[in-house]
Structures are given as C-alpha cells and as structure tokens.
Design a protein around this ligand. Structure first.
Ligand code: NAD
Length: 297
C-alpha cells in the first residue's frame, strides 16, 4: 500500500500526521529529533530512520520544516538518494522564502518532479482540528492532486503559481506580528489606565480594532498567562523578514514592517531561544519599563 511521507514532525507536523492518518492515509515520517519520531508512532504513523527512507515509494511527500535552508538540505538528501518517485507530488508546507521556492521548483522540474508550496495559517489548534488555511501555489497540472492530498488538513485556497503560497503566508505573518505588537501596546496602556482587559477585548472585538490578536492570541494565550500557542517567536521573525524582503524586491519597502522587524528582533535577542511568539505581548510592557528606567537614570 502506498503512503504519504512527512518530513518535519514538530508542533505542526505531528498533528498534521494525525489528521492524515485519520483520513485513511498511511503516513511514514522523519524528523531529526528522536522524540518527534516516537510521537509519530503515538498518532498512528510509522517513523523512518532517514528522510530518504520515509520518501521512498511515497505517492506524496510533505515537508513541514523550519526554513528554506532546511528544506533545501532535505531535498539535497532526497535527490542524492534518488528517493523521489516519478509520479510523486512534493509539497513544501513550511513557511519558506518564495524566491528560493521558485528556484527549487525549477531545479526539480528539470528532473520531472512535481512540486507545490502550501504553507498554512491557523496554528497548532488548526492543525489538530483540520481547520488550517492552506495557501496553495502550484502548476495547474498539480492542483487537483494537491487539493485531494491536503483536504484533511483544512481549507485549500488557490493562490497562484509555485511561490505564491509562500509569498502570501509571509505577508500574512507580517500583518499578524504587527497586529500583535500594536494590540499589546494598546492593551497595556489601557490596563495601566485602569481598564478591565476582558472589557477591552470585548469592545475591540465588536469594533474596528479587532484582529487575530484580539480575537485569538490575547484571550487564548496572553490573558491566561500560558503563552503556549506552539508557534515560536523566532519562526515569526523569520516570516516577517521574508515579507519585508519581498516588499523590497518589488520596490515597495515597508516602513512599518521594518520597524516591526526591529522590535521583534529585540524581543528575540532578549527572550529564551524556545520562547513562544505570544511572549512578545508581555515583552512589550517589560521593554517599556526597561526603557523608562534607562531614561530615569
Ligand atoms: P517546530 O520547530 O516545532 O518543528 C520543526 C521540526 O523540524 C522539528 O521537530 C525539527 O527537529 C525538525 N527538523 C529540523 N531540521 C530537520 C531536518 N533536516 N530533517 C528532518 N527534520 C528536521 O516548528 P513548527 O512550529 O512545527 O513549524 C514548522 C513550519 O511551519 C515552520 O516553517 C513554521 O514557520 C510554520 N508554521 C508554524 C505554525 C505554528 O503555529 N507552529 C503555524 C504556521 C506555520
């Protein structure tokens, strides 16, 4: 029986594997971390010893990795091992860099390999529930197969040719990160004034100030103090840099985006390597206090 290979079994790859298994696919996966490979067994998949072993004989290969650099290194390994079959569809669901994705697609097309990008939004919860927004960039010839493969994971939106999904994903996260910073500044200012945070969110969510940060991140991860969205701060910063780089490439550098990158980079320097991205909401307040102390000295 043929199978789907999934390389990258982290916060997203594991629940996505569970969804695919639940939809009737056989999933063979690989991750560098042994603990992640064991988690795959728990969700009904079969761990492999290498990416090439996972990929051999697969009808589709899904990558859910940290960055373009890692995606490219995994491809080097798969190509060297001749592990990608002629009929296999390869889908990079990581949040990668659109121009590198286009270059990779050309390299693969030379070898007759079908490749699409399909990054996602909706977080770990969306991956668990199969409610991700999936931004598909694909050749017309690969679209139908990609839709059928990805349907158990969420809603597939056709974004355009290869690279379009990665471009849209980065721009989405630049907006999301900028909203979260702005929302956090407004929330802390209101609370310092004496406003009730629950009342503030209720009003924002019924008004023009609402966003994914007021509807989701603040009520779910910031106010309860859990900061456990499962999306790392550094991964968010990577996406913001991809988006501001894209804006520069097309001749429209983003001024607000550049400021947002600078602020998030400060938080990334100060917070632990594994900090959740929602920690930035807390950092916004402590950063201001630190700046005020410096001014008072
Ligand atoms: P993660 O860090 O939890 O998982 C990445 C996994 O890749 C890790 O388990 C790591 O061991 C593995 N890995 C690294 N190098 C590898 C290699 N060479 N071979 C095999 N495995 C390797 O990250 P995540 O949160 O699951 O995110 C994965 C991708 O999805 C990223 O591009 C991220 O930006 C994107 N994304 C994440 C979320 C989220 O909410 N977590 C949401 C949307 C998109």
């Amino acid at each position: 029986m043929s199978h789907v290979a999934l390389v990258g079994l982290g916060n997203m790859g594991t629940p996505m594997s569970r969804r695919l298994v639940g939809a009737g696919s056989r999933v063979r996966g690989f991750d560098l971390a042994e603990a992640a490979r064991e988690r795959l067994r728990d969700v009904g998949g079969e761990p492999a010893a290498t990416a090439a072993e996972a990929a051999a004989g697969a009808t589709a290969i899904i990558l859910m990795l940290p960055s373009s650099a890692v995606v490219e290194s995994v491809f080097d390994e798969l190509l060297a091992a001749d592990a990608i079959g002629a009929q296999t569809l390869v889908v990079d669901m990581s949040s990668s860099e659109p121009t590198r994705t286009q270059a990779l697609a050309e390299r693969l097309a030379d070898r007759g390999i079908a490749f699409a990008d399909a990054p996602v939004s909706g977080g770990v919860r969306g991956a668990e529930r199969g409610t991700l927004t999936i931004m598909l960039g694909a050749r017309d010839a690969d679209r139908e197969r990609a839709h059928a493969l990805l349907a158990p994971l969420g809603r597939v939106v056709d974004c355009g040719p290869v690279g379009a999904g990665h471009a849209l994903k980065a721009l989405n996260n630049l907006l999301s990160a900028t909203h979260l910073w702005a929302t956090s500044e407004a929330m802390h200012a209101g609370m310092r004034f004496g406003l009730d945070p629950e009342v503030m969110l209720a009003v924002f969510n019924g008004s023009s100030g609402r966003s994914g940060s007021t509807e989701g991140k603040w009520p779910s991860f910031v106010l309860p103090g859990t900061y456990d969205s499962g999306f790392g701060l550094r991964l968010m910063l990577k996406d913001m840099r991809i988006a501001t780089g894209l804006a520069e490439q097309v001749g429209l550098p983003s001024r607000l985006g550049a400021d947002a990158v600078e602020l998030w980079a400060e938080a990334a320097d100060a917070l632990p390597a594994d900090a959740d991205h929602t920690r930035v909401a807390e950092w916004v307040a402590s950063r201001r206090e630190a700046l005020a102390e410096v001014r008072d000295e």
